[in-house]
Design a binder for this molecule. Structure first.
Ligand code: SF4
Length: 221
Protein backbone atom coordinates (compact mmCIF):
# COMPACT_ATOMS: atom_id res chain seq x y z
CA UNK A 1 0.00 0.00 0.00
CA UNK A 2 1.40 3.41 -0.99
CA UNK A 3 0.38 6.54 0.83
CA UNK A 4 2.30 9.74 1.50
CA UNK A 5 3.96 8.28 4.61
CA UNK A 6 5.13 5.19 2.76
CA UNK A 7 6.49 7.21 -0.15
CA UNK A 8 8.43 9.39 2.29
CA UNK A 9 9.91 6.52 4.29
CA UNK A 10 10.93 4.50 1.23
CA UNK A 11 12.31 7.49 -0.57
CA UNK A 12 14.47 8.47 2.42
CA UNK A 13 15.59 4.97 3.41
CA UNK A 14 16.65 4.14 -0.15
CA UNK A 15 17.66 7.64 -1.29
CA UNK A 16 15.17 7.59 -4.19
CA UNK A 17 14.83 10.91 -5.99
CA UNK A 18 11.88 10.01 -8.22
CA UNK A 19 9.17 12.68 -8.02
CA UNK A 20 6.41 11.13 -5.89
CA UNK A 21 3.83 13.39 -7.60
CA UNK A 22 5.09 12.41 -11.05
CA UNK A 23 3.83 9.77 -13.46
CA UNK A 24 6.65 7.31 -12.67
CA UNK A 25 6.22 7.29 -8.89
CA UNK A 26 4.07 4.18 -8.68
CA UNK A 27 6.27 2.31 -11.16
CA UNK A 28 9.37 2.96 -9.03
CA UNK A 29 7.95 2.61 -5.52
CA UNK A 30 5.37 -0.18 -5.87
CA UNK A 31 7.87 -2.99 -6.66
CA UNK A 32 10.03 -1.88 -3.72
CA UNK A 33 7.05 -1.75 -1.36
CA UNK A 34 5.94 -5.19 -2.55
CA UNK A 35 9.40 -6.63 -1.98
CA UNK A 36 9.50 -5.35 1.59
CA UNK A 37 6.00 -6.25 2.69
CA UNK A 38 5.72 -9.09 5.18
CA UNK A 39 4.14 -12.18 3.59
CA UNK A 40 2.93 -13.42 6.99
CA UNK A 41 1.38 -10.19 8.23
CA UNK A 42 0.96 -7.69 5.38
CA UNK A 43 -1.67 -5.66 7.24
CA UNK A 44 0.53 -5.27 10.28
CA UNK A 45 3.48 -4.30 8.08
CA UNK A 46 1.44 -1.67 6.22
CA UNK A 47 0.14 -0.25 9.48
CA UNK A 48 3.65 -0.15 10.93
CA UNK A 49 5.29 1.64 8.00
CA UNK A 50 2.50 4.21 7.87
CA UNK A 51 2.80 4.90 11.59
CA UNK A 52 6.58 5.03 11.34
CA UNK A 53 6.19 7.74 8.69
CA UNK A 54 3.58 9.62 10.69
CA UNK A 55 5.40 9.51 14.05
CA UNK A 56 9.13 9.21 13.44
CA UNK A 57 10.04 9.87 9.82
CA UNK A 58 7.87 12.97 9.68
CA UNK A 59 7.84 15.43 6.77
CA UNK A 60 9.50 18.42 8.46
CA UNK A 61 11.36 17.11 11.55
CA UNK A 62 12.31 13.46 11.17
CA UNK A 63 13.51 12.00 14.48
CA UNK A 64 16.65 10.48 12.99
CA UNK A 65 18.47 10.29 16.31
CA UNK A 66 15.90 7.81 17.64
CA UNK A 67 15.31 5.99 14.37
CA UNK A 68 16.18 2.27 14.31
CA UNK A 69 17.33 2.67 10.68
CA UNK A 70 19.66 5.59 11.20
CA UNK A 71 22.73 3.55 10.29
CA UNK A 72 21.30 2.40 6.97
CA UNK A 73 19.14 5.33 5.93
CA UNK A 74 20.49 6.62 2.63
CA UNK A 75 18.96 10.07 3.13
CA UNK A 76 20.53 10.52 6.56
CA UNK A 77 23.90 9.16 5.44
CA UNK A 78 23.97 11.65 2.57
CA UNK A 79 22.37 14.56 4.45
CA UNK A 80 19.25 14.57 2.25
CA UNK A 81 16.55 13.79 4.81
CA UNK A 82 15.06 17.26 4.26
CA UNK A 83 15.24 17.03 0.46
CA UNK A 84 13.47 13.70 0.18
CA UNK A 85 10.98 12.79 -0.99
CA UNK A 86 11.00 14.91 -4.13
CA UNK A 87 7.50 16.21 -4.73
CA UNK A 88 6.83 18.64 -7.55
CA UNK A 89 4.15 21.25 -7.21
CA UNK A 90 1.21 20.86 -9.54
CA UNK A 91 1.24 23.44 -12.31
CA UNK A 92 -1.66 25.85 -11.77
CA UNK A 93 -4.58 25.54 -14.16
CA UNK A 94 -4.76 28.48 -16.57
CA UNK A 95 -8.20 29.79 -17.49
CA UNK A 96 -8.61 30.86 -21.12
CA UNK A 97 -11.53 32.78 -22.58
CA UNK A 98 -12.28 31.97 -26.20
CA UNK A 99 -14.80 34.02 -28.16
CA UNK A 100 -15.59 32.37 -31.46
CA UNK A 101 -17.22 34.25 -34.30
CA UNK A 102 -18.74 31.86 -36.81
CA UNK A 103 -19.09 33.63 -40.13
CA UNK A 104 -21.76 32.12 -42.37
CA UNK A 105 -22.12 33.01 -45.99
CA UNK A 106 -24.33 31.21 -48.53
CA UNK A 107 -24.38 27.98 -46.51
CA UNK A 108 -20.63 28.07 -46.03
CA UNK A 109 -18.85 28.57 -42.72
CA UNK A 110 -15.59 30.41 -42.06
CA UNK A 111 -13.02 27.92 -40.73
CA UNK A 112 -9.54 28.71 -39.53
CA UNK A 113 -6.53 26.45 -39.17
CA UNK A 114 -4.78 26.76 -35.81
CA UNK A 115 -1.19 27.32 -36.89
CA UNK A 116 0.30 28.68 -33.66
CA UNK A 117 2.23 26.50 -31.22
CA UNK A 118 -0.65 26.17 -28.80
CA UNK A 119 -3.38 23.73 -27.87
CA UNK A 120 -5.11 22.13 -30.88
CA UNK A 121 -2.26 23.04 -33.23
CA UNK A 122 -3.04 21.93 -36.78
CA UNK A 123 -6.77 21.52 -36.08
CA UNK A 124 -9.56 23.74 -37.41
CA UNK A 125 -11.79 26.09 -35.47
CA UNK A 126 -13.42 29.46 -36.23
CA UNK A 127 -12.33 33.09 -36.09
CA UNK A 128 -11.18 33.44 -32.50
CA UNK A 129 -10.85 36.38 -30.17
CA UNK A 130 -9.09 35.39 -26.98
CA UNK A 131 -9.23 37.78 -24.04
CA UNK A 132 -7.98 37.73 -20.44
CA UNK A 133 -11.61 37.61 -19.29
CA UNK A 134 -15.06 36.81 -20.69
CA UNK A 135 -16.42 39.50 -23.04
CA UNK A 136 -20.02 40.35 -23.80
CA UNK A 137 -21.23 40.89 -27.36
CA UNK A 138 -20.63 44.62 -27.38
CA UNK A 139 -17.12 44.35 -25.96
CA UNK A 140 -16.34 41.57 -28.41
CA UNK A 141 -17.50 43.23 -31.60
CA UNK A 142 -16.29 46.70 -30.74
CA UNK A 143 -12.89 45.42 -29.69
CA UNK A 144 -12.08 43.44 -32.83
CA UNK A 145 -10.78 44.42 -36.24
CA UNK A 146 -14.29 43.83 -37.56
CA UNK A 147 -15.56 47.34 -36.94
CA UNK A 148 -15.60 48.41 -40.61
CA UNK A 149 -17.82 45.43 -41.45
CA UNK A 150 -20.18 45.60 -38.48
CA UNK A 151 -23.07 47.32 -40.32
CA UNK A 152 -23.07 44.51 -42.89
CA UNK A 153 -22.85 41.62 -40.43
CA UNK A 154 -26.04 40.11 -39.02
CA UNK A 155 -25.78 38.71 -35.53
CA UNK A 156 -27.47 35.35 -35.00
CA UNK A 157 -27.47 32.81 -32.17
CA UNK A 158 -25.12 33.24 -29.24
CA UNK A 159 -24.24 30.16 -27.25
CA UNK A 160 -23.94 29.93 -23.48
CA UNK A 161 -20.43 29.46 -22.11
CA UNK A 162 -19.10 25.99 -22.81
CA UNK A 163 -16.14 24.66 -20.88
CA UNK A 164 -13.42 22.26 -21.85
CA UNK A 165 -10.90 20.97 -19.31
CA UNK A 166 -7.36 20.21 -20.43
CA UNK A 167 -4.46 19.08 -18.26
CA UNK A 168 -3.19 22.53 -17.31
CA UNK A 169 -5.79 24.74 -18.95
CA UNK A 170 -9.50 25.30 -18.77
CA UNK A 171 -11.15 26.78 -21.84
CA UNK A 172 -14.31 28.86 -21.47
CA UNK A 173 -15.78 29.27 -24.94
CA UNK A 174 -18.74 31.14 -26.38
CA UNK A 175 -19.88 31.09 -29.97
CA UNK A 176 -21.46 33.93 -31.92
CA UNK A 177 -23.09 33.05 -35.23
CA UNK A 178 -22.78 35.90 -37.69
CA UNK A 179 -24.33 35.98 -41.16
CA UNK A 180 -22.32 37.85 -43.75
CA UNK A 181 -24.55 39.98 -45.95
CA UNK A 182 -23.89 40.44 -49.66
CA UNK A 183 -22.54 43.91 -48.94
CA UNK A 184 -19.36 42.24 -47.67
CA UNK A 185 -16.68 40.86 -49.95
CA UNK A 186 -16.22 37.38 -48.41
CA UNK A 187 -12.69 37.09 -49.77
CA UNK A 188 -11.64 40.32 -48.12
CA UNK A 189 -13.24 39.27 -44.81
CA UNK A 190 -11.62 35.83 -45.04
CA UNK A 191 -8.19 37.34 -45.63
CA UNK A 192 -8.59 39.77 -42.76
CA UNK A 193 -9.71 37.04 -40.34
CA UNK A 194 -7.43 34.24 -41.53
CA UNK A 195 -10.38 32.00 -42.38
CA UNK A 196 -11.57 30.10 -45.41
CA UNK A 197 -15.26 29.71 -46.23
CA UNK A 198 -15.97 25.97 -46.42
CA UNK A 199 -18.94 23.86 -47.50
CA UNK A 200 -20.41 21.51 -44.83
CA UNK A 201 -18.94 18.46 -46.60
CA UNK A 202 -15.48 20.02 -46.48
CA UNK A 203 -15.93 20.88 -42.81
CA UNK A 204 -16.89 17.30 -41.96
CA UNK A 205 -13.56 16.17 -43.36
CA UNK A 206 -11.46 18.71 -41.44
CA UNK A 207 -9.69 17.66 -38.22
CA UNK A 208 -11.24 19.63 -35.37
CA UNK A 209 -10.99 19.87 -31.57
CA UNK A 210 -13.74 17.90 -29.81
CA UNK A 211 -15.34 21.09 -28.54
CA UNK A 212 -15.64 22.52 -32.06
CA UNK A 213 -16.90 19.23 -33.47
CA UNK A 214 -19.57 19.01 -30.77
CA UNK A 215 -20.65 22.58 -31.38
CA UNK A 216 -20.96 22.01 -35.12
CA UNK A 217 -22.99 18.84 -34.64
CA UNK A 218 -25.30 20.41 -32.07
CA UNK A 219 -25.80 23.87 -33.52
CA UNK A 220 -24.94 23.98 -37.20
CA UNK A 221 -25.17 20.72 -39.12
S1 SF4 B 1 16.96 8.06 9.68
FE1 SF4 B 1 15.64 9.83 9.65
S2 SF4 B 1 15.16 10.13 7.51
FE2 SF4 B 1 15.97 8.09 7.70
S3 SF4 B 1 14.21 6.79 7.94
FE3 SF4 B 1 14.91 7.30 9.99
S4 SF4 B 1 13.73 9.10 10.55
FE4 SF4 B 1 13.54 8.86 8.35
Amino acid sequence: MLDGNVYRVLSRLHGIETDIAGPNARKVFAPLANRLVSREAPDLYNQAIMEFGALLCTPVSPQCMFCPFNEQCEALLTGRQHQLPVKSKKAPVRNRYFHYIIFRQDGRVGMRKREAKDIWQGLYDFYLVEAPQALDTEQLLEGTDLRPWLPALILGKISPVLTHQLTHQKVFARFWQVDVSDRVDPLELALKCGIAFCEPTQIHALPKPVMIDNYLKTHLF
